[in-house]
Design a protein around this ligand. Structure first.
Ligand code: UDP
Length: 316
């Protein structure tokens, strides 16, 4: 297949590029390099089936030649990023999804949207099933991300129903691994870098909120299975092993053999406003339809991720 990946220089996008090239496909990575990093795909330069296009998907996009699939991953997925760039976040979810759907329609290509567990907001159904409609504050600081993805899902379904575009929607839960940005503000890079530097781990509030962390190779496998499946309903992709953020901090300390302390802080900015209290995917649908479930343990995934950040920190 000839596949376009928007956000191709990002954390998840670049791993997808690697995997799809390895499977023998031709890949066009598109990225405006705002939060994506060219280092993530530098090793692919010169690959005969790889192309990179620096472009912002909120503008008109043009791709020469045939396309079999469009994977729309471009987004600002870290709370810190979408609080700093709220309008760009809305634009990439809304305009970027519109442009890429239009491209898929014109090329008769299959379309996959990278959606998010944030469509469930601060959930009142736990674990979250795909049938749950969510609990999102549209006017809160996180609303720019959540609503842009909810709009994106609605637009995907409209193109599917009205134009007959062959679409897929992946609801991606917290994912981690090498190539995350050290400074993206999310809990995984924050805690690992703090642990490696010997700085205190910054647990917000009392650390009782929960998340479920999925290793990148598991997520990529799920995305590819979804792309190749016939499932047009949204599918949760995430690891159902749920834990509190405090327990996660201890896990990071153990894996990195760090002597760092844990400090409880109350951010004064909007970072923790509307922060979901719990999050855990119900992956029954992914198990049934894709025959997929995560295989990499948290311990193993954190080791690999810590190795990556250790090298990064040594270089800086
Ligand atoms: N968090 C934390 N310390 C940090 C960064 C995040 O306690 O240094 C918390 C945050 O408040 C949230 C959870 O960890 O409850 C996960 O945050 P993250 O930004 O990774 O992603 P989210 O799941 O909120 O999108």
């Amino acid at each position: 297949m000839r596949i376009l990946i928007t956000g191709g220089a990002g954390f998840i996008g670049s791993h997808l590029c690697d995997r799809l090239l390895g499977d023998g496909h031709e890949v066009i990575a598109m990225d405006n390099l705002s939060t994506g990093n060219i280092d993530n795909i530098a090793h692919l330069a010169g690959h005969e089936r790889f192309h990179f296009v620096k472009l912002d998907v909120t503008n008109y996009i043009y791709v020469e030649g045939k396309l079999d699939a469009v994977l729309h991953l471009a987004s600002l997925p870290s709370p810190v990023d979408y609080l700093n760039y709220p309008i760009q976040t809305l634009k990439v979810g809304a305009l970027g999804t519109h442009k890429t759907l239009g491209l898929a329609l014109a090329k008769k290509a299959r379309y996959l949207l990278a959606s998010t567990s944030e469509v469930y907001g601060d959930p009142q159904v736990h674990p979250q099933t795909e049938e749950y409609w969510g609990n999102v504050n549209p006017v809160g600081p996180r609303g720019v991300y959540d609503e842009s993805k909810r709009f994106a899902e609605a637009l995907v379904m409209a193109y599917h129903r009205y134009h007959g575009v062959d679409t897929r929607i992946a609801r991606i839960f917290n994912t981690y691994g090498p190539r995350m940005r050290a400074d993206d503000g999310r809990v995984v890079p924050n805690f690992i870098c703090q642990a490696l530097r010997g700085d205190p781990l910054t647990v917000y509030d009392d650390g009782s909120r929960t998340r479920s962390f999925c290793y990148i190779s598991d997520l990529v496998e799920g995305l590819i299975r979804l792309l190749l499946s016939d499932e047009t309903h949204p599918v949760n992709l995430g690891n159902p092993q749920e834990m509190t953020i405090l327990a996660f901090a201890h896990e990071v300390l153990k894996v990195t053999a760090s002597q760092s302390e844990i400090t409880f802080i109350q951010p004064t900015d909007a970072r923790t406003q509307d922060d979901p209290h719990v999050r855990c995917p119900d992956i029954t649908r992914a198990r049934q339809v894709l025959n997929w479930e995560p295989a990499v343990s948290l311990d193993e995934g954190l080791r690999r991720t810590a190795d990556f950040f250790r090298h990064r920190l040594e270089r800086t």
